[in-house]
Design a protein around this ligand. Structure first.
Ligand code: SF4
Length: 335
């Protein structure tokens, strides 16, 4: 696997407010995203996924750890190299309206990005590129003159994607990019993203609280809980055979077409609240909510361990059960 992005031991600690302890928003996260791959990041609010997104696009700085893009350490870039990096990796936000100037037409917004990065040398070239970008996201040329308030949510998000594409990035970080859209529009924008990935050879980091959404677009999925990756595997491994009790609960929370359930009802919501990150539980941070928790869980933090090829989990009980099954299946003399 050629890694486009490598994240090593990434940690972000925010100083505590009003007498509270420091908040460890991200805790020793290690991940690789291969070129052309979509890595889905899933977890409840407060799990650190948006902090990770902001660090990847360098809207924030890590407390420790490293991020490399195509082998270059992003946290140590010179000003010039940093400008190039900002072109290579772009972010699409959940609320496109909040990130667009309400008084500026779509064409002007896109044109401005081209100007800032020196990507258009004449008015006609700029205009042609704006229309090309609109076409790439399925919007006609007349959208160029529209103001943000004249757009639907889906159209606005398409403009957000066009703006990210304007600088010809190789990586898009999509932070809850379709979560606020109606279900039918979500499907349209997801299809657009899948098509663009193939056509433009893009790499995606797709962040969402919804495992159902993440598995539709991702090659691999990382499940995060309270700042840590607790499970990592192919979308099929995480979605169809989740190992971590939290990933299993997320999987059960994906709405299913079951006539026994009321519309919109989920089979088994995760009990309890996400703990306060300024005062995290000891050991495994999931233990107060975990149906399998044992004594060791509150005493020692489990590390992420590969259980089957490409499928890793951070859980004492799963690790022990795998070790037990392995012993049972080995020849008698080797147990
Ligand atoms: Fe549950 Fe313990 Fe595994 Fe944590 S380590 S997920 S508390 S069983």
């Amino acid at each position: 696997m050629t890694a486009a992005i490598s994240v090593r031991d990434l940690t972000r600690i925010f100083p505590g407010r009003r007498g509270q302890g420091d908040v460890q928003a991200l805790n020793d996260v290690t991940l690789d995203v291969a070129r052309g791959e979509t890595l889905g990041i899933v977890g409840e609010s407060g799990c650190g996924k948006s902090t990770l997104a902001r660090l990847l696009v360098r809207l924030d700085q890590p407390t420790s750890g490293s991020i490399t893009l195509e082998g270059a350490d992003v946290t140590q870039l010179s000003d010039r190299a940093f400008r190039n990096y900002r072109r290579e990796i772009q972010m699409v936000f959940q609320d496109p309206y909040g990130s667009l100037n309400p008084r500026q037409s779509v064409g002007r917004t896109l044109g401005e990005v081209l100007d800032v990065h020196g990507l258009a040398t004449s008015r006609s070239q700029r205009r042609a590129r704006v229309l090309e970008l609109l076409a790439m996201v399925g919007l006609g040329p007349y959208f160029s003159d529209r103001l943000p308030r004249q757009l639907s949510g889906g159209q606005m998000q398409r403009v957000g994607i066009a703006r990210a594409l304007a600088v010809e990035p190789s990586v898009l970080v999509l932070d809850e990019a379709v979560s606020a859209l109606d279900v039918s529009v979500q499907a349209e924008v997801m299809n657009l993203l899948v098509g663009m990935r193939e056509e433009l050879d893009l790499t995606y980091v797709f962040i969402s609280h919804d495992l159902g959404m993440v598995r539709h677009i991702s090659d691999r999925v990382a499940v995060m809980y309270l700042g840590r990756v607790v499970e990592l595997g192919s979308w099929k491994q995480v979605s169809d055979e989740p190992l971590h009790p939290y990933a299993e609960a997320l999987q059960r929370a994906v709405p299913v077409a079951d006539p026994e359930l009321e519309k919109g009802e989920i089979e088994a919501p995760i009990k309890g609240e996400v703990p306060n990150p300024a005062d995290p539980p000891s050991g495994c941070a999931f233990h107060p909510r975990c149906p399998l928790a044992e004594r060791i869980c509150s005493e020692r933090r489990p590390e992420l361990v590969e259980m089957t090829p490409g499928h890793s989990v951070a859980c004492h009980v799963v690790e022990r059960e795998f070790a037990r099954a392995e012993r049972a299946s080995s020849p008698p003399g080797m147990r």
